[in-house]
Design a protein around this ligand. Sequence first.
Ligand code: HEM
Ligand SMILES: *[C@@H]1O[C@H](CO)[C@@H](O)[C@H](O)[C@H]1NC(C)=O
Length: 493
Amino acid sequence: MELSAFGTLLLVFMLTFLVTMWVRSKRQQSKFPPGPTPLPFLGNILQINFKNIVEEFVQFGSKYGPVSMAYLGHKKVVILNGYDVVREAFLENGEVFSDRPSLVIPEMVFKGHGVLFTNGERWKQMRRFSLSTLRNFGMGKRSLEERVQEEARCLGEEFQKRSGTFFDPTFFLSLTVSNVVCSVVFEDRYDYEDKDFLDMLALMKETFQIVSSPWAQIFDLAPNLFKHLPGPLDRLLKNFAKLRKFVMDKVEAHEETLDENCPRDYIDCFLIKMRLEKDKPITEFNYENLIYNLMHLFLAATETTSTSLRYALIILLKYPNITKKMQKEIDHIIGNSRCPSLEDRIRMPFTDAVIHEIQRFADIAPLGLPRATNQDTVLRGYHIPKGATVFPMLTSVLKDSKYFKDPKIFDPGHFLDEKGNMKKTEAFIPFSIGKRVCLGEGLARMEIFLFLTHLLQKFDLKCDKDHEDIDISPIPNTGSHAPRPYKMSVTLR
Ligand code: HEM
Ligand SMILES: *[C@@H]1O[C@H](CO)[C@@H](O)[C@H](O)[C@H]1NC(C)=O
């Protein structure tokens, strides 16, 4: 065979090969959900505005439809917009969408333990245990509700000390909600001035800020590059080491005083389970999982619940007429001689509707928490590969105009029927839905109800500006939603 003929053949062969490869990859592409065209290696990272990732991903919904996809580097990220598709994925296909993606920072700091970022059998065991322990009577003598009521009283006293002055409630609200977790996991609450407690909270807060910053998202794209640059990584690891020590000391103290017949709290229940399973060849009940579960409970409970309460108060300040109407209902159903209890809630439809509307409007976790698929699947006709990251855009559900008449407006009427009864709506999912739905949903809803009713039973609220001038829109350009800073004052009723 002549050289040139060989060359031609080779060329033809190579061309055919390239064309088939290209066609095949195109065909693959076209089966994936629609989205912006990716560049090699970088994917879409140059096209995506990370500073306003929430708005960006909501826009994907209007541009590409309810299921869309972006490439962050080589990572496939599926974005779900609107209630119907989130339900289809998380409820009707629940098992497939029940993993968390493997992310570099959580992996580095949690080392594959604890309920928040694990998958498979480990996650199932940790979740089942935590859920059953966090039930109202899961931990021995004192119910969850009593612990929350005690804390509500302490918060009320703290507010009362400041009556007549304008103060920012942020700090007290985080003390209060982390103290509920302390009460649940360590048996006792702390004094609001306790140094250990305050140190731990400061650590937790800083850690949360670093983990949810844009730095963390970018770090995840190129960890090997960023590992060697100066940045928050060092502090993050140091913080986690300190938190770990704080929690481990508590666990050791519990072991010394444990009475297996009378568990006092979450740690006791876990230690009992560890002893029960100590002869099993494989068990998930070990110190590592205990320690990281404890950290996860603090991390997942504190910012979320305290931000929701902070949002609730600014909304109540904005609408004094709504606040008055709640107080009327409180006076009518509870009176002023006993403290509010959870049982009151079903007889208080207006208050219940206002609280639902607060959580809907506040929309504090607009992106949800990322999930991942644990096998190849098909959603709305699109191919979604195993291991894809999935963002359920909770904001697009809570503001879904198919389910809420006027989604951008704060209106308790979204949850009331013509007769003033509470009207449930399935698209109310601030805690997400499905197999990984927030594990603290019951506790968080209990806290929000008991804290707010307690405060309104006791106090009239006032803001340092005219209520018409209060801006209840969230601080812009963040991956989570929080109210703008404000000052308030209380007077005893
Ligand atoms: C208003 C307050 C809260 C909000 C809005 C909230 C919201 C959420 C959301 C959206 C998720 C992600 C669920 C998913 O993957 O689809 C989540 C998960 C979780 N939450 Fe909450 N949460 C709140 C309070 C709490 C509290 C008080 C606790 C602790 C007792 C808690 C513990 C957890 C845990 C452990 C997870 C991970 C569950 C898992 O991966 O299986 N949360 N939460
Ligand atoms: C409260 O006042 C606002 C206007 O400031 C009004 O739109 C709303 O309907 C009122 N709500 C109730 C429950 O009275």
